[in-house]
Design a protein around this ligand. Structure first.
Ligand code: OGA
Ligand code: MN
Length: 302
């Protein structure tokens, strides 16, 4: 396995590895260590089957079931064979480009807002692994933001102010920002995906680094007015997505990109939807709710 940093401590490309065959224990450990250090890893030229992709994902923990599969498509045909894979595409189950108003398109379009995966679940995602099957000839990049570097760049008084805060993340909040008819959502969807609390600042036990934990899923900050919450979240997202914290990935067919959701945000850059774009994502569950992982013994020192 060969590692080439693309940006210091945030993004690296990994070559000389075949993810379709079982990895030796030493390689598995190296993979986890590199992901802890860098947060985004790019593996070019990995034409993985669904099962092979899930196998690599399981090296990082238990897998999530895709929200699309669990809420919207129960008992409806899906394009992908495994419910643990999220369908990140503009295609229907027969492989045709979705109509503009198709609910599956409206669900996925929220991926174009800055977010971290599944922070709207009480136990959110740790690692995501996105595999590119078909990419448009232009556009369709994915941008990543380094939330550890953003945290490090905040002044200390701001860090101290943010440390105790808890944000409410709501799946339907981000859908509402992208033209989804939130009023029309059936009650049982709401019940399946209720708003949840997450810490605003995370601490990564393997690296001992802090990071901002932000997403467009945040509907408000606990114990703050709606106006003050929105102002603070908007300010922090703007701060954390300045060019010096970003990496933009231009996809090649059969790229596999994995990222640590606990310390990065990402968004799709959009593309002309007359083109096909087909990706699938395996998503690993974190070990528990972020609000139960606060390390009270740790104070940030300048
Ligand atoms: C995702 C995601 C963005 C994109 O797969 O979690 O947000 O560019 N994707 O497809
Ligand atoms: Mn995502």
């Amino acid at each position: 396995m060969e590692l080439t940093p693309v940006s210091a401590q945030f993004v690296a490309e990994v070559t000389n590895i075949d993810l379709s065959t079982p990895l030796a224990i030493g390689e598995q450990q190296a993979l986890r260590k590199h992901l802890d250090e860098f947060a985004v890893l790019i593996f070019p030229d990995q034409p993985l089957t669904e099962a092979e992709q899930l196998g690599i994902a399981k090296l990082f923990g238990d897998l999530e079931v895709s929200v699309g599969a669990s809420i919207y498509s129960t008992n409806k045909p899906r394009r992908l064979g495994h419910t643990e894979l999220s369908d990140i595409s503009n295609l229907d189950e027969t492989g045709r480009i979705l109509d503009n108003g198709d609910i599956r398109r409206l669900i996925n379009i929220s991926n174009q807002l800055w977010h971290t995966d599944s922070s709207f679940k009480r136990t959110p995602a740790s690692v995501s692994l996105l595999s590119a099957q078909e990419i448009p000839p232009v556009g369709g990049a994915t941008e990543f933001a380094d939330m550890r570097a953003a945290w490090d760049a905040l002044d200390e008084s701001m860090q101290q102010r943010l440390l105790p805060l808890v944000a409410i993340h709501d799946y339907f909040h981000s859908r509402g920002l992208t033209g989804f008819d939130v009023e029309g959502i059936p009650d049982h969807w709401r019940t399946l995906q209720p708003p949840v609390p997450q810490v605003l600042v995370r601490h990564h036990r393997n690296t001992d680094r802090h990071s901002l934990y932000l997403a467009s899923h945040i509907s408000k900050i606990e114990d703050m007015s709606d106006t003050d919450s929105k102002a603070l979240v908007d300010e922090l997202i703007a701060f954390a997505t300045q060019p010096q914290f970003l990496y933009r990935h231009r996809w090649r067919t059969h790229d596999l990109v994995m990222w640590d959701n606990r310390c990065t945000m990402h968004r799709g850059a959009g593309f002309d939807e007359k083109y096909r774009r087909s990706m699938r994502r395996a998503t690993v569950q974190d070990i528990g709710p972020s609000v139960e992982q606060i390390d009270h013994s740790r104070e940030v020192t300048a």
